[in-house]
Design a protein around this ligand. Structure first.
Ligand SMILES: [Zn+2]
Length: 304
């Protein structure tokens, strides 16, 4: 499952390869890949044709490409009167799901077996392909609301890299919860973009147990785990993103390789880099939590 660093790698790839280009045509090869788009495939195609991609935006694991009216429209699309020439009022939202990939391919490259949606551009260069074996992901055109955030993403909290992210407010809201620390970190309405892997890594770096009751977490500890999450995701980003799913590749078709640098995740039985104690794996929310039982002391009154 792609996490924030992987999605950011995809966003950067889109910025490089797609921003500024105008959609000429769209081909939907599987209806399931556009099921989140209210109007269906024909409407999606109509709303993309002739639109120019602006710089892609990410919030947590959500990714969208704001769409502008094109000055030199191909004549296929009816001008959208709701928007001006510059401001984008809707966006192409991309859900990578479990196995979704965006590939930038030469037009004559053989179609991928699980190709779901194809975007061709008016410049005739490389096309953008959404490929998804399991089709949990998909694309949709969504209206942009306050702050240029798509309406379907508005309920998602900013991620820790958002310039508007408020650390003090995060600590306050976290401490007001009645839940476990890791469960809170995974709650996308509190902070977005921290998934299972990076939650475990951040908790290890901050030396905090995942079942700490949030009301007992100090402000300093809350900020410590937040900073640790930023640090581990920054490291991941510098290395091209983590990938545990061989299906995941970034927009240029390269796999991430950050897994070599993880301290606890997927390292059950191996020694903690800090103290040598074997890393333990525990069941958590139908998944796993990895931790060092010495560095991350189990609380007397755990909250799961
Ligand atoms: Zn340790």
């Amino acid at each position: 499952v792609p996490e924030l660093p992987e999605v950011e790698v995809v966003r950067r790839g889109l910025e490089r390869w797609v921003a500024g280009r105008t959609v000429d045509d769209v081909e939907v090869l599987h209806p399931r890949a556009v099921r989140r788009h209210g109007g269906g495939a024909a409407d999606l195609v109509a709303r993309l044709r002739g639109r120019t991609a602006a710089v892609p935006v990410r919030r947590g694991k959500y990714l969208w490409v704001p769409l502008r009216q094109s000055g030199a429209a191909s004549g296929v699309a009816e001008p959208d009167r709701r928007s001006g020439e510059e401001a984008a009022d809707d966006a192409l939202l991309v859900h990578l799901g479990m196995s979704g990939q965006l590939l930038v391919q030469p037009a004559d490259a053989t179609d991928e077996r699980h190709l779901r949606v194809r975007l061709r551009f008016t410049d005739g260069g490389r096309e953008l392909r959404f490929v998804d074996q399991r089709t949990f992901g998909g694309v949709a055109v969504d209206e942009l609301g306050a702050g240029g955030v798509p309406l379907s993403v508005a309920h998602i909290a900013p991620d820790p890299f958002d310039p508007a992210f408020d650390d003090a407010a995060f600590a306050r809201r976290l401490r007001a919860r009645r839940t476990g620390l890791k469960r809170a970190l995974l709650d996308q309405t509190l902070v977005s973009g921290i998934g299972n892997i990076y939650a475990d890594e951040a908790l290890w770096r901050a030396r905090l147990h995942y079942a700490r009751a949030t009301e007992g977490v100090t402000r300093a500890e809350a900020v410590r785990v937040l900073d640790a999450a930023r640090a581990v995701m920054t490291d991941a980003l510098a290395q091209g993103g983590t990938s545990f799913d061989s299906l995941y590749v970034n927009v240029n078709g390269e796999s991430g390789y950050f897994e070599r640098s993880l301290a606890v995740y997927g390292r059950e039985g191996q020694e903690c880099d800090r103290c040598g104690t074997p890393i333990r794996r525990e069941s958590f929310m139908n998944r796993s939590s990895y931790l060092c039982p010495a560095c991350q002391k189990r609380p007397r009154h755990p909250r799961w």
